[in-house]
Design a protein around this ligand. Structure first.
Ligand code: ATP
Length: 230
C-alpha cells in the first residue's frame, strides 16, 4: 500500500539529509507507529507519501502509484486515497461539526444524498452522534480530533496518515483517540501514525518503525516506544 525504495530527502544542498536511504513497505491493513526523536524525519516521511514534498532520490509508491511519475493534475486524486489527521485538528472554525465533515465530500463533488447518509454514519462511528450542530470551539480537544478523524475517513480512503494526533490531548483522551484509529484500521484502512506518545505505543503493541537522524533503525512487530535519543 505504501512503499519507499531507497528514499533520501535533502531540503537544502549540503544540508544533513532529513531522510537517508529509507526502504520500507507497509501492507494494506497494517497499523504502524512511526517514532523517533524530534527532527528524525517522521513528518518528512508523511509529506513524501502525500506528495507535499518530493524525494531527492529513491521512489515512493502509494496505493499503486509511483509518485515520481505522477503528473501534478493527478495529485488531488492521490490525496483522495489518503485521509490525514494532524496534532492541531485543522477544523474550519465557522462550520458546524456536520458541515466540517460534509465539506470534505462536497469539495470532491459527492451527491447530496450520499453526503446526507455518509456524514451521520461517520459521526456515529467516531462517537459524536448528537453533536452535529456544535461548532469546534464548543467541543473538547478530544472531540475536535474526532471531528478531524471523521472528516479524514468519511470518503473511506484506504490510507490514514496521522501526524502526532494525540500531541495536544491528555493521556485518557489520547488512548480513546488511538482506540478509534484501531477500530478504523480493523475495517481495512492502513494506518500510519507518527507519534511521541510512549504510553500509547507501549499499550497498543503494533508494528513500530523508528527513525534516527533520517535513518530507519528499527522495524519491530508488536513493538514498544523506546526511542534512541539523537
Ligand atoms: N521545509 C524544510 N526545510 C528545511 N529543512 C526542513 C524542512 N522540514 C524539515 N526540515 C528538517 O528536516 C529534518 C527532519 O524534520 P521532520 O519535521 O521530518 O522531523 P520529525 O521527526 O517530524 O520532527 P518532530 O518530531 O519535531 O515533528 C529536521 O532536521 C528539520 O529541521
Amino acid at each position: 500500500m505504501i512503499r519507499l525504495d531507497h528514499v533520501s530527502k535533502l531540503y537544502a544542498r549540503g544540508a544533513r539529509p532529513a531522510l537517508d536511504d529509507i526502504s520500507v513497505e507497509i501492507e494494506r491493513g497494517d497499523f504502524v507507529f512511526l517514532v523517533g526523536s524530534s527532527g528524525s524525519g517522521k513528518s518528512t516521511c508523511l509529506k513524501l507519501i502525500l506528495r507535499e514534498e518530493r524525494p531527492t532520490s529513491g521512489e515512493v509508491h502509494v496505493a499503486g502509484r509511483n509518485l515520481g511519475k505522477l503528473s501534478s493534475w493527478r495529485v488531488p486524486l492521490l490525496r483522495r486515497e489518503i485521509g490525514a489527521v494532524f496534532q492541531d485538528f485543522r477544523l474550519l472554525p465557522n462550520k458546524t461539526v456536520y458541515d466540517n465533515v460534509a465539506f470534505a465530500l462536497q469539495v470532491i463533488g459527492k451527491k447530496r444524498h450520499y453526503i446526507q447518509s455518509m456524514v451521520p454514519e461517520t459521526l456515529e462511528l467516531v462517537g459524536l452522534a448528537g453533536k452535529e450542530k456544535r461548532f469546534p470551539h464548543e467541543l473538547s480537544g478530544g472531540e475536535q480530533q474526532r471531528v478531524a478523524i471523521a472528516r479524514a475517513v468519511v470518503n473511506h480512503p484506504p490510507i490514514l496518515l496521522c501526524d502526532e494526533p494525540t500531541g495536544n490531548l491528555d493521556p485518557g483522551t489520547s488512548i480513546g483517540i488511538v482506540r478509534l484509529l484501531d477500530r478504523i484500521n480493523r475495517t481495512g484502512t492502513t494506518v500510519l501514525m507518527a507519534t511521541h506518545d510512549d504510553e500509547i505505543v507501549d499499550q497498543m503493541r503494533k508494528r513500530v518503525i523508528e527513525l534516527k537522524g533520517g535513518q530507519l533503525i528499527r522495524d519491530q512487530d508488536r513493538g514498544v516506544y523506546e526511542v534512541e535519543q539523537s
